[in-house]
Design a protein around this ligand. Structure first.
Ligand SMILES: NC(=O)c1ccc[n+]([C@@H]2O[C@H](COP(=O)([O-])OP(=O)(O)OC[C@H]3O[C@@H](n4cnc5c(N)ncnc54)[C@H](OP(=O)(O)O)[C@@H]3O)[C@@H](O)[C@H]2O)c1
Length: 252
């Protein structure tokens, strides 16, 4: 057991790693010595992040993968194994939120897409991960405070994040005997392309910031520390939990 947060010689797959929170997690993991496998749908964005990590002395493999498509997830894990051997960590970070509005107004295609990417993807990726993971392995699911409280106008997205927290708890129990830990992170409002609609809406931004003791929204790097801690052996006694990183928004 070690209290050091290090990922030396570990291989970590991060979905949604071409920008935002996923990019910050991948960069932080690489900085702590991990080989990182970067997944997202578009190859160009991944190539740019991988090139930058590799230029800085890290090791990154960019693999285009739609995280709602099981055959592409299988290919992602095969590519990771070919490049680096067994995978030690999985960060289910990619998500989508195509519908903004009252829950009962959602159209079926938007509902299905949200469930496919935000829930089916993490479950299928977890299955592929467990098929080849070693003891000491760790899964980190990026949920949201929207899965812990009512999420007006983002209710469908919020319910998938609540389910992701539930998935993390149950998988922690099911995989604990195999030495695999599963935790979630619930970020508050973080400045990314995904959140631009909220951050650019003065009224919504004020609502969030006024209820946050830190008095501002967050940056992707401020989520990455929680992820690398949970991936590392420093978190060996932590599983089935949700780390809330929200500037205190949900504490009031
Ligand atoms: N930003 C916030 O305020 C906030 C708050 C709470 C939770 N979160 C969570 O944090 C996570 C990351 O969000 P973010 O804010 O960093 O978003 P972002 O900057 O928009 O990045 C999203 C990433 O996911 C990838 N992606 C989207 N759909 C995908 C799919 N079907 N398959 C594979 N990759 C896909 C995108 O690349 P491609 O487009 O190339 O696929 C991109 O790399 C999400 O789970 C989100 O729910 C965000």
């Amino acid at each position: 057991m070690s209290s050091d947060i290090t990922l030396t010689d570990k291989t970590i797959i991060v979905s949604g790693a071409s920008r935002g929170i996923g990019e910050a997690i991948a960069r932080a993991a690489a900085g702590l010595g991990a080989n990182v496998v970067l997944a997202a749908r578009k190859q160009e964005g991944l190539d740019a992040v991988a090139a930058s990590i590799n230029e800085q002395g890290g090791s990154a493999l960019p693999v285009a993968c739609h995280m709602g498509q099981p055959d592409q997830i299988d290919n992602l894990f095969a590519r990771a194994k070919d490049a680096y051997g067994p995978v030690h960590g999985l960060v289910n970070n990619a998500a989508t939120n195509p519908y903004f509005g009252p829950m009962l107004g959602v159209e079926e295609p938007a509902f299905d897409k949200t469930v496919e990417v935000n829930l089916k993807g993490p479950l299928m990726a977890s299955r592929a991960f467990v098929a080849q993971a070693a003891a000491g392995a760790s899964i980190v699911n990026v949920a949201s405070v929207s899965g812990m409280r009512a999420a007006p106008l983002q209710g469908v997205y919020g319910m998938t994040k609540a389910a992701l927290i539930s998935m993390s708890q149950t998988l922690a129990h099911e995989l604990g005997p195999m030495g695999i830990r599963v935790n979630a992170i619930a970020p508050g409002l973080v400045e990314t392309r995904f959140a631009s609609g909220l951050i650019e809406n003065e009224e919504l931004l004020k609502y969030m910031v006024d209820r946050s003791p830190v008095g501002r929204h967050g940056q992707p790097d401020e989520i990455a520390g929680a992820a690398v801690y949970l991936l590392s052996d420093a978190a060996s006694f932590m599983t089935g939990q949700t780390m809330v990183v929200d500037g205190g928004f949900t504490s009031g």
